[in-house]
Design a protein. Structure first.
Length: 297
């Protein structure tokens, strides 16, 4: 049986040191058939020169400007599709993979034609035994998209291959035919947040399975794109894009409970951040709600 080629798309913006570690870990993969495409979103830190000199096996696409997470990855995915890709995996530039990760993912991927996308088990790089992602869920009653096992120590509790409700864009392996059918990331979620959940739902509702593969492992240096931690940038976009996402997919009956859950969660968030003195984050929360409402209605 022929080994499918996997196109690995790594998006970068001014992350030369992080990108170097990511590409080194990819280079060490024991999967025999993969190609690497680095998509640079207009870096000014020498990332492009580093890729050309240290990783000549990688194809470098220079956008020249910041197209955001979805826009930049769309350029890479389209290049892979144009090259006849069967499988495409999106990888953050701030990760390191286990050498067996691609092989484990692909062993599961080829086992069922109904599988449209897959995800590995992802740990925090700073806490390498603690989960960042072990599958995901979308709760339409509460309006929450969540990572299973977040911050829990791995004691084997999520060691079974399982269908999942959402795949993070940090490591998103997709069947190319599924992408050709449902499309790529939606620019409505520019520049970041929500586009991975949206694509997951489109793949799922097209009749494909989303699958979590625990033997496939990697480590994530969290939030390099947005600066890390809780920021006004992150708060506003997450609120805005979350509301757009649920407005798109929730049924009428979910709105019987969702506003109360979202409102209650927002109130607790405001009280917590007030105690910390994070007025700018609270203001960003309000801006996110207002921008989402203006875009939706």
């Amino acid at each position: 049986m022929e080994t499918p080629v996997v196109f690995c798309i790594v998006l970068n913006l001014n992350g030369a040191a992080l990108l170097r570690d990511t590409l080194r870990s990819l280079r060490a993969s024991d999967y025999p058939a993969f190609r690497t495409i680095v998509v640079d979103n207009g870096s000014s830190d020498g990332s492009q020169e580093m890729v050309r000199s240290e990783f000549p096996e990688a194809v470098l696409i220079e956008n020249g400007t910041n197209l955001g997470f979805g826009g930049g990855n769309n350029v890479g995915m389209q290049a892979a599709l144009d090259a006849g890709a069967e499988w495409i995996i999106l990888l953050n530039n701030d990760i390191e993979i286990d050498p067996h990760m691609l092989g484990e993912l692909m062993q599961a991927a080829v086992s069922d034609d109904r599988i449209g996308a897959l995800a590995p088990k992802i740990y925090y790089a700073a806490d390498p035994e603690n989960f960042w992602y072990a599958g995901g869920s979308v709760n339409f009653w509460t309006g929450i998209v969540a990572h299973r096992g977040l911050r829990q120590k791995d004691t084997g509790q999520f060691d079974l291959v399982a269908d999942t409700g959402y795949i993070t864009g940090c490591a998103f392996l997709a069947r190319a035919s599924a992408l050709r059918r449902v499309g790529l990331f939606d620019p409505v979620f520019h520049p970041i947040y929500g586009e991975d959940a949206d694509l997951s739902l489109r793949i799922l509702r097209a009749g494909y399975r989303l699958v979590y593969v625990p033997k496939a492992r990697m480590w994530h240096k969290v939030s390099a794109f947005s600066g890390g931690g809780l920021t006004p940038f992150k708060t506003q976009l997450k609120v805005e894009h979350n509301l757009i996402f649920f407005r798109r997919y929730a049924r009428w009956y979910h709105w019987l409970t969702m506003p109360f859950c979202v409102g209650g969660g927002a109130l607790l968030f405001v009280l917590r951040e007030l105690l910390k003195g994070n007025v700018s984050v609270i203001a960003a929360l309000g801006r996110g709600f207002l921008r989402a409402l203006s875009r939706l209605f």
